[in-house]
Design a protein around this ligand. Structure first.
Ligand code: UDP
Ligand code: MG
Length: 334
């Protein structure tokens, strides 16, 4: 018989499972320079969560804000144990911020919502109801957008439809990150190793039972959009390249078509030279075709470059974000 040593008092204390607090709901809120809205967001989120009458946690991810966002959230932490603040070491972007929140969330269901209150937290109870009915993902789908520029509305419309065409994943249109996801979906997405994370695409990709809920996207409560045109384009490129290599296939078919056209054109030139006495004129047409084909070649090279650049980014295996510290009531983890 093997005799085990009797646990000493301090040993048994160590072996005690830590009192892991698993709330029913987590709310992930990415925030970058949101000092004008963050207090209102906290107020409205807390009101909704209290009304839902279950254990919850609010996880604010401060994505390297240069204003007072972090201080204000730390203030909430000081007197509310339901709030946690994850401070990034610098600005890493919207998607990394949500990823961090999802990795730190402990709830059975995780809500994702922007800090700017464009998406109404007041529909959380309805989302939770669908979750309890057995859906693993309840995603907010925009019936309408209010208070945004015509350009933003139009570009968003085109973007969602274009992405949907370009990828083989069933991605719903007019859907951002605003959603509820079940613990299993959260775990599945967290386990995906890629660093370039187009979250809404990844959530669609993992599957499970998903359902939309319609809402009207409001005007920002305050502050300005953090997505200027250049970031929107980069975001669209990330989304497409992460889920599809159709653009590369497009390049192949373009090249193919161009070759056929040139072949036919060459045949015409030979015919003219040997069987007619039409003089061959036309610097302009030669130059035109030359420039066009060169343009297409450059375009395709650039496209290939986009993919190679992303392969390079992934292969470096740098983390998608770095946490500087986590702030909770009476605690700071460095
Ligand atoms: N955001 C972020 N990091 C960034 C840019 C934005 O965490 O680098 C946050 C921002 O604070 C907001 C959300 O992501 O909570 C969405 O940004 P925004 O409202 O500016 O985008 P829009 O709604 O205009 O597309
Ligand atoms: Mg917004």
């Amino acid at each position: 018989m093997i005799s085990y040593p009797q646990p000493t008092p301090e040993m048994s204390e160590k072996m005690q499972p830590k009192p892991t607090h698993t709330p029913t709901y987590s709310v992930v809120i990415p925030a970058y320079n949101e000092q004008e809205v963050i207090a209102e967001a906290y107020k409205r989120l807390t009101a909704v969560m209290r009304q839902m009458d279950e254990d919850y946690e609010l996880i604010f991810v401060n994505d390297g804000s240069r204003d007072k966002t972090a201080e204000i959230i730390a203030g909430f932490c000081a007197d509310d144990s339901a709030v946690r603040l994850i401070n990034f070491s610098r600005n890493f972007g919207h998607m990394p911020a949500i990823s961090a929140g999802m990795e730190h969330a402990r709830g059975q269901a995780v809500f994702i919502i922007d800090a700017d209150l464009q998406d109404p937290p007041e529909i959380f109870p309805e989302m939770a109801k669908l979750w309890r009915e057995g859906y693993h993902v309840v995603y907010g789908q925009r019936k309408r957008r209010e208070g945004e520029t015509l350009f933003k509305k139009l570009s968003a419309k085109v973007f969602y439809r274009f992405i949907r065409r370009m990828t083989s994943v069933d991605m719903p249109v007019d859907t951002g990150e605003f959603r509820l996801i079940d613990r299993r979906v959260c775990d599945a997405v967290n386990r995906l190793p890629e660093k370039n994370r187009y979250i809404r695409g990844l959530v669609s990709w993992v599957g499970f039972r998903q359902t939309p809920i319609m809402y009207v996207r409001q005007e920002r409560f305050a502050g300005k959009t953090k997505y200027p045109f250049s970031k929107m384009v980069a975001f669209a490129m990330d989304a497409i390249t992460a889920f599809s290599y159709k653009p590369l296939k497009l390049a192949t078919s373009m090249g193919f078509l161009l070759s056929i056209a040139s072949f036919v054109y060459l045949a015409v030139i030979f015919y003219q030279r040997f069987f007619t006495d039409t003089t061959i004129t036309g610097w302009a047409s030669t130059m035109g075709i030359l420039l066009l084909s060169q343009g297409i070649v450059m375009l395709v090279l650039g496209l290939i470059g986009e993919y190679i650049g992303r392969i390079y980014e992934e292969i470096k295996e740098r983390p998608a974000y770095i946490v500087q510290e986590i702030v909770e009531k009476d605690k700071i983890h460095e």
